[in-house]
Design a binder for this molecule. Sequence first.
Ligand code: URA
Length: 283
Amino acid sequence: MTQLQIADPAALLRWYVDAGIDEAIEDQPIDRYRIASLARDSAAAGPQAAPVRAPLPATARPAPSAALPAGTPLDDGVATARRLAEAAGSLEALRAALAEFDGCALRQTAMNMVFADGNPAAPVMIIGEAPGRDEDRQGKPFVGRSGQLLDRMLAAIGHDRQAEDAAKSVYITNILPWRPPGDRTPTAGEVAACLPFIERHIALVKPRLVLMLGGTAAKALLGRSEGIMRLRGRWHEIPVAGLDAPVPALPTFHPAYLLRSPAEKRAAWRDFLELKSKLEKSS
Ligand code: URA
């Protein structure tokens, strides 16, 4: 194999693609074009030039301040997320605020931001963990294999994210709007940085009920440390700033887990029937 030089990043990239490596798996992307051009500049400047360093990771860069009032001090990502989210008065404004939020490094490796799907006027808001590969490519939540299972389970209780009648529809989103590299579990820091946005999302949608898919969503929204085995199947409440009353919320298994552990589908089915029954009682 020919030795590839970092000064020829396009050849390196082609070699990666030929070898089947077509996704970034690091948390922090490395801008090899920039390193190569810095190396060229440095070589041109002669032997006294400063050594070339990789660019700073996104988390080391200041968060954007465009949407903040003049004079607002820059701070950690969570505080910035909170200010951006609270300032959003509509779903469109929230989507725009997320799109400019620079406090979660996952956005650097994701292809698309995944905001939501379905009908925001639906009585049920479904909240998963984070987009996977298919969702990242299409920019929509739950469109891969686990999404297809979710759609079948919803159909079995008479709901469809595409239903024209809002009462029969659902609204679907995730705790994180960006895919974690390699579909790894999100870190506590990533969840904390994005939590203000999902809380504001719930406040703006004002769902009658929330269905949480999997432990990451349940633990983040309920502020609990127990796993999904303990939390699922019982109603909890999510206190949401801006809403008069806490929102009843039911944790259940994540469909990706059900695909790996089909024996648990029976318990998940009970949860879906519980959701349907509560919806009928509250309508
Ligand atoms: N898993 C999730 O939690 N969310 C998606 O959107 C897809 C898979």
